[in-house]
Write a protein of this length. Structure first.
Ligand code: SF4
Length: 197
């Protein structure tokens, strides 16, 4: 049973969808590699810089980053050492004196500004779809991510469906923290207020 066996793939919608998702993951890798090459960094180094810029200090530690990117702590530590040498990040004291969190330097912020648009070609294509198509796509992607998290394939995720504040009100998605109904397009992939249910 393989989604890459063309006889099986071409007679199964399920396998075509999975093979298509795999193809899309290659596109992200290719786009990221192009940026990485242009700036003399590795793809994971760029991903770390982008993540650190957009997340709180408690999520910018070696342990958290290792879980977020499904990599070992030594792999993240190596990337951090290189970014420190390049003066793109700084170590910041954490509440736990044995560990530290990571912040961006001015050069790090500048590099993120130059690289974080790597997914723009895909964003532009998605933007061309109808609102209804996008809502269906988004709801299915969000559900898939939650299921992958339950299977421990995605270790960290901060989506509404896995949040303690998520509920249903009159059959609609509802956020008890924001005290508001969430339309499909309001469901969050990565919410700063997320708390594990
Ligand atoms: S706090 Fe954020 S993740 Fe949780 S339900 Fe509300 S919007 Fe969604």
């Amino acid at each position: 049973m393989s989604v890459f066996n063309l006889n099986e793939q071409n007679t199964s919608l399920d396998k075509k969808i999975v093979a298509g998702l795999e193809r899309l993951s290659q596109v992200f890798k290719t786009l990221l590699w192009e940026k990485a090459k242009a700036f003399g960094l590795s793809p994971i180094q760029i991903q770390l810089l982008i993540f650190i810029k957009h997340h709180s200090q408690d999520k910018s530690t070696v342990s958290y980053l290792a879980r977020e990117f499904n990599l070992s702590k030594p792999t993240i530590s190596d990337a951090v050492k290189t970014l420190l040498k390049k003066q793109l990040i700084v170590k910041q004291a954490a509440s736990d004196s044995r560990s530290y969190s990571i912040g961006l330097t001015a050069a790090g912020h500048k590099l993120v500004a130059q690289t974080e648009d790597f997914a723009s070609p895909i964003t532009d294509l998605v933007a061309q779809g109808t609102m209804q198509d996008k809502q269906v796509l988004w709801e299915n992607i969000a559900k898939l991510i939650v299921q992958l998290n339950k299977l421990d394939i995605i270790s960290v995720q901060r989506t509404c469906f896995n949040c303690k504040y998520y509920g249903k009100k009159e059959e609609a998605h509802f956020c008890k923290l924001l005290d508001q109904k969430l339309e499909t397009q309001d469901l969050r992939l990565d919410c700063a207020e997320f708390e594990q249910s």
